[in-house]
Design a protein around this ligand. Structure first.
Ligand SMILES: [Zn+2]
Length: 44
């Protein structure tokens, strides 16, 4: 499930698996559906 967070007066959508932030909810949901928290490639 995508988390929402307020930052700089805007709503951001956060992947709860890896913490990546998106400014578009549908992008976040699409990412999270494919996100594998055991695959560290998203995290630098
Ligand atoms: Zn993710």
């Amino acid at each position: 499930m995508v988390a929402t967070t307020q930052r700089d007066g805007a709503t951001w959508y956060e992947c709860e698996k890896c913490g990546l932030l998106f400014d578009d909810e549908s992008d976040a949901e699409a990412h999270e559906a494919r996100c594998d928290p055991d695959e560290p490639s998203y995290i630098q």
